[in-house]
Design a protein. Structure first.
Length: 387
């Protein structure tokens, strides 16, 4: 599903606000209250229920009865945030488009201030500020700094929902949310929008309240599916900038380095499983291969990382990353008990051993240990690489 390509009608509202909902019953009223009580009244609120199994749809229907500005889409099956947002884009008729997640909320004059600046300037994107509420309830300003965005628009790389987007601009460039990935779909949307935007305006002192909570997608660190989706999203971004701005070396490097280093640094997380390490390493090797200016990237990476990435040498990179984690020895196990891989750091060598045997029973006979083993792994890899 793509963004609505038809021109907005003459009687269209100033703004359409798109709200995807999935099992958001505890937070939904707060969200909808903040939207229905906006100081700007010329809005439509498109709420998409992604086949919730709690009481979310009932709450939406009650608000719909009492406020004609609310339009509801009830999806027949759970399809994910991208499908829900794209459905909202297809229905929206406003001159500008805003997005609010169902567990977040906004200041009462948030959309009026952004819409006023949009009307004055005709900007493709108008951005406010973000107030993040952490898991412990602490509040802090978040998002890219306005000073950085003023210097280089590519600095607007996250906090995408703190902005509104000109509808015609989205439709002309066929900008929507990639389907099939569970994270980074918003980053892909924002990166493309920022690259293509002619003007971005900034409004200080009005806030989108971004709520971090346990159980939300962004709180599930270490998930293999999340890691794979993140890498897929980064590949979509790289493919896009390779096509659109490869000749602008400065802008290209700013975006590529940011996305690449984010993926690389995620591999330093000690909570990563063996599978996660392998997926991540293969992912960054693939990203590196697509880079248009590898010599610039190599200066940021350091000699060893650059060498292993250029060679596509997974084991060397694997050992190097774990060495940088300052681990003298590390064991990766299946089901937390079956030894799969061991990394040992000693003197000037790093030994990487893949697979081992599993002792089932040990019997001592005349000072000699006899092992009965359940089965053997084939020692297909025993690699030593110099530091």
């Amino acid at each position: 599903m793509t963004a609505n390509n038809k021109a907005t009608p003459d009687n269209s509202p100033a703004l359409s606000i798109i709200v995807p909902v999935y099992n958001a019953e505890p937070w939904l009223v707060r969200c909808l209250e903040s939207l229905t009580h906006q100081t700007i009244k010329d809005i439509e609120i498109v709420v998409i229920d992604d086949h919730s199994t709690d009481g979310s749809l009932n709450i939406i229907r009650e608000y719909e009865k009492n406020d004609p500005r609310i339009q509801t889409i009830a999806l027949e099956k759970n399809s994910g945030a991208s499908v829900a947002r794209n459905a909202g884009l297809a229905m929206a008729t406003g001159e500008y488009i805003g997005f609010v997640d169902s567990d977040d909320f906004v200041d009462g004059d948030f959309f009026e201030k952004l819409s006023t600046r949009a009307k004055e300037t005709g900007a493709d994107i108008v951005k406010g500020e973000v107030l993040e509420v952490t898991y412990g309830g602490k509040k802090r300003r978040s998002g890219p700094r306005f000073a950085d965005i003023n210097k280089n628009k590519a600095a607007f790389a996250y906090a995408w929902s703190s902005a509104i987007y000109r509808h015609d601009f989205l439709a002309k460039n066929k900008l929507d949310f990639p389907v099939g990935i569970i994270v980074s779909e918003d980053v892909v949307f924002l990166r493309k929008a920022v690259v293509l935007a002619n003007t971005i305006e900034l409004v200080e002192g009005v806030y989108y309240h971004y709520m971090r909570r346990e159980g939300s997608m962004d709180s599930k660190s270490g998930s293999i599916d999340k890691l794979k989706s993140g890498i897929e999203g980064r590949n979509l971004i790289v493919d896009f900038i390779n096509d659109k701005i490869a000749d602008d070396r400065e802008a290209y490097n700013k975006i590529f380095h940011s996305e690449f280093m984010y993926t690389l640094h995620s591999l330093y997380d000690r909570r990563r499983s063996l599978e996660g390490q392998v997926v991540g390493i293969r992912g960054i090797i693939g990203l590196y291969a697509k880079c248009k200016y590898k010599d610039d990237l190599d200066k940021e990476l350091g000699e060893r990382h650059a060498k292993f990435l250029s060679e596509g040498y997974e084991i060397g990179l694997f050992a190097d990353i774990n060495e940088m984690m300052k681990e003298r020895g590390e064991h990766f196990k299946l089901f937390n008990c079956i030894p799969l891989l061991q990394i040992q750091h000693a003197d000037n060598m790093v030994n990487v051993k893949l697979f081992s045997w599993i002792p089932l029973l040990k019997i001592k006979r005349k000072g000699i240990y006899v092992y009965y083993r359940l089965f053997f792994f084939l020692p297909i890899m025993n690699k030593t690489t110099k530091k």
